[in-house]
Design a protein around this ligand. Structure first.
Ligand code: AOF
Ligand code: ZN
Length: 373
């Protein structure tokens, strides 16, 4: 039945999937802006051709659309634009992207996610329609929203999207008492974790893990070392030693110590001297108040946060309902006696989480669950 409404074709979904893949490139790099992808596609009668590509620039400007239009030039006239987020309708450093699409002579716009930014929210699509452009909304909206999850969470709930990442042994442990870092998963999983770090705005661990493992929490993938995100330690009493791997590298990759506001100033001075930043936080019943901390982090522009341990910190985030995504890597060997039990494993997934994807990394099994999924 033809209802007269614009609809999406399989081809539209394929190009949108490509635009979403493109948007991944600057995840974690676009500042407080979401990393958006745009493709300009022309049908010259003999088939479709991509004539322009754009992804939100590092730092957040320029937006994706003007870059894609610049590459397309005159070929944009009469073409279709695929945008992973509704084009903006506000004047920033450049005129609105919706107007740029109109002025370039785009005939059709296929959009994925709607933009919750009150300056945009519906106005971007309205500008396009008023100019006579055919608009199809919501194509692969869930897939696009998954890529934009930090931006959407920060806009709507004023806190970052929280991923809890755990490496599990075959018997459901995450380590062995008093042994610091032990290998649970293989090199392919570790590469994936480093990629996830690169795509996050910040990584967080508790002071117990920082002391036991002395981790550096950087992204060490060849070519991506510069993409290490902010490293955050929950450290109420400022126990992080100045000679820890985190403090020693604080001048290259920032470290933010979240500690009780009334911590002794000599401790604070020594760590500040090493280049460690400090955030005074509220303490409730002896523990750093996590909801307030997340609010503070969102206000600082953090949209995606990866919690990397240990068991105590992971449990706190879970019990307070502050985990949005579980990223579980499971290795083939057992830890046995003296093991530290994982707060979740494949057989004990908290209620309300659904499986989003599953993969193998070498001998390890990876499963990712999302709340409400
Ligand atoms: C787009 N294309 O590539 C992105 C958009 O600070 P500004 O002026 O850059 O505005 C930030 C807002 O722009 C952000 O909240 C979101 O609404 C939109 N991001 N829009 O058309 C893009 N990154
Ligand atoms: Zn824009």
């Amino acid at each position: 039945m033809n209802t007269g409404r614009a609809s999406a074709s399989d081809l539209d979904r394929r190009f949108m999937a490509a635009a979403i893949r493109l948007s991944r490139r600057h995840m974690g790099l676009a500042g407080t802006n979401p990393s958006v992808g745009t493709l300009i596609v022309r049908d010259d009668g003999a088939g479709q051709q991509i004539v322009g590509r754009g992804v939100t620039a590092i730092g957040g400007r320029p937006h994706a659309e003007p870059q894609a239009l610049a590459e397309a030039g005159e070929a944009a006239r009469g073409a279709t634009a695929y945008v992973t987020l509704e084009p903006c309708a506000h004047h920033g450093r450049t005129p609105p992207c919706a107007n740029a699409l109109v002025n370039a002579g785009i005939a059709r716009v296929v959009g994925a996610a709607a933009d919750p930014d009150p300056r945009v929210s519906g106005n971007g699509y309205a500008i396009l329609r008023e100019a006579g452009i055919e608009v199809v909304e919501g194509v692969l909206a869930d897939e696009a929203a998954d890529m934009l999850r930090g931006y959407l969470m920060r806009s709507e709930k004023k806190r970052p999207e929280v991923t809890l990442k755990l490496a599990l042994s075959a018997d459901g442990m995450i380590g062995r008492m008093g042994e610091g870092q032990i290998a649970i998963t293989g090199p392919a999983s570790r590469r994936q974790v480093h990629m996830m770090r690169a795509e996050s705005d910040a990584i967080l661990v508790g002071i117990g893990t920082a002391l036991a493992d002395d981790p550096s929490l950087t992204c060490r993938l060849p070519g991506l070392q510069s993409r290490s995100p902010l490293r955050i330690v929950l450290d109420r009493d400022m126990k992080l030693p100045t000679n820890s791997a985190l403090a020693r590298t604080a001048r290259e990759v920032p470290v933010l110590l979240t500690a009780a506001s009334d911590c002794p100033s000599d401790k604070r001075r020594a760590l500040a001297g090493a280049g460690v930043d400090f955030l005074g936080v509220e303490v409730h019943e002896g523990q750093i108040a996590l909801p307030e901390l997340l609010e503070d982090l969102a206000a600082r522009g953090i949209a995606t946060l990866m919690v990397e341990g240990g068991a105590f910190t992971a449990r706190r985030f879970l019990e307070e309902g502050l985990v949005d995504r579980l990223a579980l890597f499971s290795g083939p060997s057992e830890i046995g006696a003296g093991g530290i039990a994982a707060p979740v494993d494949f057989d004990h997934i908290p209620e309300g989480f659904g499986l989003l994807r599953e993969a193998r990394f070498g001998e390890d099994v990876y499963r990712e669950y999302v709340k409400g999924g």
